[in-house]
Design a protein around this ligand. Structure first.
Ligand code: HEC
Length: 379
């Protein structure tokens, strides 16, 4: 993984593969690992990692295109029983495929019981027990039949390695030690880090056959404490990538959500994003991915004078109009006795997210945790 990233960096330095390379083991591995330098077409139908070219996307203002390319990259069919490896012999949209991100570590495997150590990255893949989608404001999102939607947070190897092996942040004890040590370097995830937050819902037989969903078999615990398993369809995916210091943020939804779940749409999709969605949906026509749409991406707190607002109806359901991914995540921090900076702006009555430039941060009281909120799960 790390080695491959270095090769990708080398490729970038040499001009996106434009320079002829010797037929060494390295260049062979490269030609297998990445699609042609142009990540903006699906014609090649190979898994293509857009991250090494982020600077180029940014220079062209193509952030939403980057979001789509990253979305397709992490949703590529995975090599079975391996962690985080895209299967180049499979096509995107292969029916019933497990996506690469589903083979990453689930947060339950990272933030283990106090006193325990997480298993190494390559531990056997177990299908995670999905959590009912109790949103961060404490409200539960249900489908039209009143059943809970289900949630899953996963992290890739670079994220896992940084939290577990490099900085020991998986436990409260580790976070407390970081807070107490004035000499500890700041928390700064590596450029390869990616995390996702996915929402699923239970599909009926017709929906399972419809070809409109990325599907999986999943289990959860119902209200009575009984384990239930069902065929699920993905309704939403949050994606963050540390390609820039403040991370890059994007969120996708399945097109039928307004009809199938009890989530209103309170923020329109920007016209330019809608246009890109149409173009990309055409590229992936014939696969379930054609029924997914980017709601938008976020790469800065403000655009001109305007605070950036971005939400997923399935995840920030009730506070879509005061949802800024970056501003809220900037509050992720650790203080004394497992305290954290406040994520809600209570100045305006109801539950409101902070938007725009982050509120003043009490550096004496808290140390920032580089936007990663799942760290609050440490035990
Ligand atoms: C008001 C605060 C808030 C807003 C707004 C918000 N999030 Fe989060 N997010 C959280 C919290 C809290 C968690 C941790 C949930 C958990 O693991 O218990 C989280 C978890 C995540 C995760 C899992 C990785 C991690 O550990 O941080 C991703 C990915 C994510 N959010 C992306 C986004 C994106 C993309 C947006 C904007 C579309 C967004 N979030 C908006 C608070 C927020």
């Amino acid at each position: 993984m790390t080695r491959r990233w270095i090769w990708l960096g080398l490729l970038l330095l040499t001009g996106c593969g434009g320079v002829a390379m010797e037929e060494t083991a390295v260049s062979q591995a490269l030609s297998q690992a990445v699609a042609p330098a142009d990540c903006r077409t699906l014609a090649a139908q190979e898994p293509c990692d857009p991250r090494p070219q982020f600077a180029e996307y940014a220079a062209d203002g193509q952030y939403d295109q980057f979001a789509w390319d990253l979305f397709l990259f992490v949703n590529w069919p995975a090599v079975p029983d391996e962690r985080g490896v895209a299967d180049g012999s499979q096509k995107l949209g292969k029916p019933a495929a497990t996506a690469v991100w589903q083979t990453w570590k689930n947060v339950a495997e990272v933030y283990v019981a106090a006193g325990q150590t997480p298993l190494p990255w390559n531990s056997p893949i177990v299908s995670p027990l999905l959590e009912t989608n109790m949103e961060i404001d404490g409200r539960l999102l249900t489908d039209k039949q009143g059943r809970p939607t289900l949630m899953q947070v996963n992290q890739n190897e670079a994220t896992f390695d940084y939290i577990v092996n490099q900085r020991h942040l998986y436990s409260r004890a580790g976070q407390a030690a970081f807070f107490a040590d004035p000499a500890a370097p700041p928390i700064e995830f590596p450029a390869e880090a990616i995390e996702v937050k996915a929402i699923w819902r239970i599909l009926d037989a017709a929906e399972q056959q419809s070809g409109r969903y990325h599907v999986t078999e999943g289990c959860y615990t119902d209200d009575n404490g009984n384990k239930q398993c069902a065929t699920l369809g993905m309704t939403a995916l949050h994606l963050i990538s540390k390609v820039q210091p403040h991370w890059f943020w994007a969120t996708f939804e399945q097109a039928d959500n307004p009809q199938t779940t009890n989530a209103p749409v309170l923020q329109p999709i920007a016209p330019a994003v809608a246009k890109l969605n149409e173009a990309m949906q055409t590229q992936v026509a014939g696969t379930p991915w054609q029924y997914y749409q980017l709601r938008g991406s976020q790469w800065s707190f403000m655009l001109g004078e305007q605070p950036v607002v971005l939400a997923n109806t399935q995840i920030e359901t009730q506070f879509q109009q005061s949802s800024s991914c970056m501003t809220c995540h900037a509050q992720s921090s650790i203080g004394a006795a497992n305290s954290r900076a406040e994520m809600w702006d209570f100045a305006h009555g109801n539950v409101q997210g902070y938007v725009g430039n982050p509120p003043p941060f009490d550096n004496g009281k808290f140390k920032p945790l580089d936007y990663v909120w799942s760290l609050r799960r440490a035990k």
